[in-house]
Design a binder for this molecule. Structure first.
Ligand code: 13P
Length: 280
């Protein structure tokens, strides 16, 4: 069933686990992620980068995500990932997103707060909730590590914006790591405490050691993002399939193994964040 961000976050908070948030890129990655969630009876977030919500991609992919979420037998939130401005967040609402991320992390603190607050207020008309970002989470190819989120700033940001969850910079980055990251667990705990228990979001989940993720969830991570490793699971399976002498040529048949590969990867992450068996 298609549900909003608040619904999945409250399940995570009540159960002390994190909602796995899988970035999806096409119908097949949607199918793999939903199959995994249904098999393990897990609530899940399917999230989409803003570039996939504009032009043809937006027209085609968003309806696929909404249809999959409506048909699913577990709660599925359709979330915009890293919306940079009100143009993208409004467009995502038009496409039926039930969760919105406004990423104002590269703006000055007060501007980030003001923009995030406006988006929170607009989304509230539609019973859609917002994820904000404070302390920029860059990519693994960035030369310098950005400043980590400061608990005292997080408190002000959380109170003034009204976000339902907050992405924090605590040691992760987007993409493939050159060496496995170590999370600043004390900082996660301190931000949780300063904000009175805000649901925290960890970006850059691909390649983070399992033990680190477990510690992060125990410290208060309630939404855990995975994108790059979904791409690898899908593309590596496509490559293997291409090399098989008896491979299918009909694309729907060819895609069966890549869909299964995405499903298998998502199942490992669902279990890791403790989301399995959380819905009937
Ligand atoms: P990875 O691509 O590193 O898994 O990051 C995913 C993410 O945080 C999407 O916003």
């Amino acid at each position: 069933m298609l549900v909003n961000l608040k619904t999945v976050l409250s399940l995570a908070e009540a159960g002390g686990f994190a909602i796995p948030a899988f970035n999806v890129y096409n119908m097949e990655t949607v199918m793999g992620a939903v199959k995994a969630a249904e098999e393990l009876r897990a609530p899940v977030i399917l999230q989409v980068y803003p570039r996939l919500m504009k032009e043809e991609a937006g027209y085609y992919l968003s309806p696929v995500v909404v249809a999959a979420a409506r048909k699913a037998t577990v709660p599925v939130c359709f979330h915009l990932d890293h919306g940079p401005s009100e143009l993208e967040t409004t467009r995502a609402l038009r496409w039926g997103a039930t969760g919105i991320m406004l990423d104002g992390s590269t703006l000055p603190f007060d501007e980030n707060i003001a923009l995030t607050r406006r988006v929170v207020d607009t989304c509230a008309y539609l019973d859609v909730q917002v994820e904000g970002e404070l302390g920029h989470i860059g990519t693994t190819s960035d030369r310098e590590q950005d400043e980590f989120t400061r608990p005292e700033d997080a408190k002000v940001f959380f109170e003034r914006t009204g976000v339902s969850c907050l992405a924090v910079a605590v040691g992760t980055a987007h993409g493939r790591y050159k060496k496995p990251p170590k999370l600043d667990i004390d900082r996660i705990k301190a931000i949780r405490e300063a904000t009175g228990g805000a649901a925290l979001v960890l970006h850059g989940g691909s390649g983070v050691p399992d033990e680190e993720i477990k510690k992060g969830v125990a410290a208060g991570i309630r939404k855990m993002n995975f994108a790059t490793d979904i791409c690898y699971a899908f593309l590596d399976a496509c490559k293997e399939e291409l090399e098989r002498p008896d491979r299918a040529i009909a694309i729907d048949n060819f895609m069966k193994r890549p869909i299964e590969a995405v499903k298998a990867f998502c199942m490992t992450r669902i279990k890791l964040v403790g989301a399995d068996g959380k819905v009937k």
